[in-house]
Design a protein around this ligand. Structure first.
Ligand SMILES: Cc1ncc(C[n+]2csc(CCOP(=O)(O)OP(=O)(O)O)c2C)c(N)n1
Ligand code: SF4
Ligand SMILES: [Mg+2]
Length: 267
C-alpha cells in the first residue's frame, strides 16, 4: 500500500480510488504471473501485455487460441493464459488455418517474428492471407533474427548492421527489405493490415487499439488481419533499451511508416 493511503484515514472506496489513481502498471489477469525470459526492454513483453489486455477487455479468454512461433517468443505459451499451440518454424499461419477451420467460432491468432513470418514462413503467410483465412497475425518486426543471435532478416533495413551483414545491409548484394504489410494488402482475401509500434506510450496505446479492431473484424468474419509491430531487439542491436526505442523512432519507423495499410470496406 502506498504512503498516501497509509497516512490518510480513507474509507474503503476512497482507498480504492487512491490506489487506482497512483497505478502505473497492472498485469491483466490473462497474462500469467511468471517472470518472462525476454531481455530487459524487449518489445515482445510489451506486446504480450497489450494483447492479453485486449483479450481480457473483450472477455474472450476462453474462446481464444494462439499459435506460438519459433523465435524469441517460442515460449509465448508460458505467458499468455489462453489455449496455445506451438507451430514449427514459419508454419504458424498453416496451423492457425487448421484450428480456425475446425473451430470457426474461436478467436485464432498467430504470434510471429520477422524471421518466422517473412523468411521461412513467407509461403504459409502469403497463402493464408490470399485464402482470406479469418485469423489474426501478430507480426513482430524487429529487423533481425533475435533468438539465434542477430542474423540479417528479410526485414533488416538498408545499412543496418547484423552478424551476417557486418558492414550494414547492402541492397545491391542482399536485396531490399521485404515490406510484408504492403505486399499482403494487395491480396483480396485480406481485410485489415496495419503497422504499429511499441516504442512509446502513445504508440503502445494505438497498437492496442489496432489489436482490438482486428479481433472485432475476426468476429464479423471479415477475413485475414495482420497487425505488424515495429519492435526492438536491444541485445542484438547492441543498444540500451532507451537507445533502441530511439532507433525505432528515428530509423525503423521512417522506413516502415506506421498506420493502417488496408482497412475493411465496411468498418
Ligand atoms: C527449420 C528451422 N530453421 C532455422 C531455425 C533457427 N531459428 C530459430 S529462431 C530463428 C529466427 C528467429 O527470428 P524471428 O522470427 O525474427 O524472431 P525474434 O527472435 O527476432 O523474435 C531461426 C532462423 C529453426 N529453429 N528451425
Ligand atoms: S534477443 Fe532481442 S528479440 Fe530476443 S528477447 Fe532479447 S531483445 Fe527481445
Ligand atoms: Mg526478429
Amino acid at each position: 500500500m502506498n504512503q498516501e493511503v497509509l497516512e490518510k484515514n480513507l474509507t474503503v472506496v476512497e482507498e480504492d480510488i487512491c490506489i487506482r489513481e497512483n497505478l502505473v502498471y497492472e498485469r491483466p489477469s490473462t497474462l500469467i504471473d511468471i517472470e518472462m525470459h525476454y531481455c530487459p526492454g524487449c518489445g515482445h513483453s510489451t506486446v504480450h501485455k497489450i494483447l492479453m489486455e485486449v483479450v481480457q477487455e473483450l472477455g474472450i479468454q476462453n474462446d481464444t487460441i494462439g499459435v506460438a512461433p519459433v523465435g524469441c517468443s517460442v515460449f509465448a505459451y508460458h505467458y499468455l493464459d489462453v489455449d496455445m499451440q506451438q507451430a514449427a518454424h514459419g508454419r504458424a499461419c498453416a496451423v492457425a488455418t487448421g484450428i480456425k477451420r475446425v473451430l470457426p467460432d474461436k478467436y485464432v491468432f498467430t504470434y510471429q517474428g520477422d524471421g518466422d513470418l517473412a523468411a521461412i514462413g513467407t509461403g504459409e503467410t502469403i497463402h493464408a492471407a490470399n485464402r482470406g483465412e479469418n485469423i489474426l497475425v501478430i507480426f513482430i518486426n524487429n529487423g533481425i533474427y533475435g533468438m539465434t543471435s542477430g542474423q540479417m532478416a528479410p526485414t533488416t533495413i538498408p545499412g543496418m548492421v547484423t552478424t551476417t551483414s557486418p558492414y550494414g545491409r547492402d541492397v545491391e548484394v542482399q536485396g531490399h527489405p521485404l515490406k510484408i504489410g504492403e505486399l499482403l494488402a494487395l491480396l483480396p482475401g485480406v481485410c485489415y493490415i496495419t503497422r504499429q509500434a511499441v516504442n512509446s506510450a502513445a504508440n503502445v496505446r494505438k497498437c492496442k487499439k489496432a489489436i482490438k479492431n482486428a479481433f472485432e473484424y475476426q468476429k464479423r468474419k471479415l477475413g485475414f488481419s495482420m497487425v505488424e509491430i515495429v519492435s526492438n531487439c536491444p541485445s542484438n542491436w547492441k543498444m540500451a533499451p532507451v537507445e533502441s526505442n530511439k532507433y525505432v523512432e528515428n530509423t525503423m519507423i521512417p522506413y516502415y511508416p506506421l498506420g493502417d495499410i488496408k482497412v475493411p470496406e465496411v468498418k
